[in-house]
Design a protein around this ligand. Structure first.
Ligand code: NAG
Ligand code: NAG
Ligand code: NAG
Ligand code: NAG
Ligand code: NAG
Ligand code: NAG
Ligand code: NAG
Ligand code: NAG
Length: 443
């Protein structure tokens, strides 16, 4: 089964490489120097005892002229260079788990190394602690490096976990740091705040109940002290101190600087469109950007206009951030050219087909906070492609962390053997979608 699948992928790779493309070799010497702003932007987290080895290795890396294979698209004449080394800054409650899952799939089947923490759920790093000199590391080693070889816990190809973004530190850990692509995803700030308020059980800490939230939320908001309540957390995920959020002139200076750091900022409300832009940026195939929604909220909270206004008032930083990047997003769609709609339609057709082929059942599950989210399961008799697409309950993450040296660990009960995985749920019907089904927005 596995062999057949690998063969199929190999064939696919070969055909898509050779039909319509010429292989060229090219050396790139230009070093992108777009990140000199990052130091100013980044919130200085723990930088302890990590410096000297990195300085040498970074200078060696940057003098190497990277040999890369360039693909020339003969029909369009466009040059395109597949990107395998990138930083996806994962924001909270923005569809980022869905986006992350496709970057995991990309790296998993290409044996790429992920920047991952040793502890915590699926390797998220709340802080980047670079502890090496004490014979310990907080990171899982890249593929082929031993757990003990702490000094070589670096040169990762992909970063796609939750980190409090700190560009300078991440670059120290990544392979080909001067040549990475950076992207992140943002969501309408009111909906994002509402989602995290529920998902992380903050309503309970506030003494509110989920069912009466639409009515009680406004009173809670009006009683909040200024600058409390966990607002502007998309800015925070991007490494911007929350004090900036309330200073309009500082915000106006900082947001264009964030823009310089990212090659693409995806927008959750336009998820498919965003992926078309991502595909172009990374020179990936349609197959690479296929997805099945993760952690979708079945019944988004409905609030009235007054409550929405109250949230917006406190979310000023995230509002400005989102407005800015929504404009950038649409200008990128425009730059893409007239084939955008055609490509989008093709992608949506493929999404529909793979959904029918791979998704068996969608089940509402409860998190520990009683918050419900949807989990999808593969159909019976599905290929490894479907397994990788659907990967229920972070199955692929588990394979990735194991491959990078994570052993059984009781702090993480999610670490299951293949045989211990949840049994596949048989579909009730071959095509579970109703006629006229429209994809709901991602949560
Ligand atoms: C190559 O060009 C064709 C025709 O314009 C287009 O459909 C295809 O997506 C392009 N491929 C890449 C990898 O850019
Ligand atoms: C990835 O690594 C595995 C195990 O070492 C190997 O069998 C497989 O061929 C590799 N795949 C690629 C695409 O390099
Ligand atoms: C770190 O490891 C080296 C080599 O294994 C050993 O000589 C040294 O004593 C260790 N240092 C500490 C602080 O454990
Ligand atoms: C991934 O990173 C390793 C170093 O950890 C490097 O040797 C390899 O070439 C990288 N792969 C790609 C496709 O860039
Ligand atoms: C910041 O930009 C916004 C939108 O362009 C503008 O309304 C506001 O006056 C600016 N603030 C300052 C202090 O310049
Ligand atoms: C707001 O930011 C500007 C820099 O753009 C700074 O000069 C000013 O002191 C800040 N105001 C406050 C109240 O922190
Ligand atoms: C699924 O596989 C079982 C045996 O593993 C087989 O009996 C059954 O016909 C298959 N169903 C489909 C729809 O392929
Ligand atoms: C998905 O495909 C089914 C047929 O298999 C069709 O009825 C449905 O309209 C399609 N949905 C979308 C959104 O294209």
């Amino acid at each position: 089964m596995r062999k057949h699948w690998l063969l199929a992928v190999l064939l696919l790779c070969l055909t898509s490489t050779f039909s319509g493309f010429y292989l060229l070799h090219s050396s790139r010497s230009a070093l992108i120097n777009k990140f000199n702003m990052a130091v100013r932007l980044a919130v200085p987290y723990s930088t302890q005892k990590a410096t000297t080895d990195f300085t040498t290795s970074l200078s060696t890396m940057t003098t190497l002229q990277s040999q890369k294979t360039l693909f020339i698209n003969v029909s369009s004449g466009e040059m395109c260079n597949e990107v395998s080394n990138f930083v996806f800054v994962k924001t909270h409650k923005t569809g980022s788990t869905t986006l992350r899952s496709l970057t995991c799939r990309y790296g998993y089947f290409r044996n790429l190394s992920f920047l991952l923490g040793k502890q915590g759920v699926i390797g998220h790093l709340n802080q980047l602690n670079l502890v090496w000199t004490q014979n310990e590391s907080n990171l899982l080693p890249p593929i082929g490096v031993s757990v003990e070889d702490h000094l070589n816990h670096r040169n990762y190809n992909i970063s796609n976990i939750h980190v409090r973004y700190n560009g300078e530190l991440i670059r120290k850990l990544m392979y080909r740091a001067s040549d990475l692509k950076y992207f992140t995803i943002l969501r309408n700030p009111t909906n994002q705040w509402l989602s995290q308020f529920q998902y992380f059980g903050q309503y309970r800490k506030a003494g509110l109940s989920l069912s009466s939230l639409p009515q009680t939320l406004i009173r809670y908001l009006k009683k909040l002290k200024e600058r409390t309540g966990g607002f502007n957390n998309q800015l925070r995920d991007l490494g911007i101190h929350s004090s900036i959020a309330y200073n309009s002139s500082w915000l106006n200076e900082t947001i264009p600087q964030i823009d310089k750091e990212y090659d693409l900022v995806l927008i959750m409300e336009h998820f498919d469109e965003s992926l078309i832009l991502l595909k172009k940026l990374l020179c990936w195939s349609f197959k690479d950007i296929l997805y099945v929604k993760k952690r979708q909220q079945p019944n988004p909270l409905k609030i009235n206009e007054a409550t929405r206004k109250e949230i917006q008032k406190r979310n000023v930083g995230d509002e400005a951030l989102y407005d800015y990047f929504l404009k950038v997003f649409w200008s990128k769609v425009e730059d893409y050219g007239p084939s955008f709609q055609k490509d989008l339609n093709q992608f949506r057709r493929m999404l529909n087909e793979t959904w029918h082929m791979c998704v068996g059942k969608t089940v509402a599950e409860k998190s520990q906070d009683n918050y419900r989210y949807l989990e999808t399961y593969v159909t019976d008799n599905s290929s490894e492609f479907c397994w990788a697409l659907v990967n229920t309950n972070f199955q692929m993450d588990i394979e990735i962390v194991k491959r990078q040296g994570k052993t059984s660990d009781d702090r993480w009960p999610g670490l299951l053997k293949q045989s211990e995985r949840k049994p596949v749920v048989k579909p009730q019907r071959r095509f579970p979608l109703r006629k006229g089904y429209k994809r709901k927005p991602i949560h």
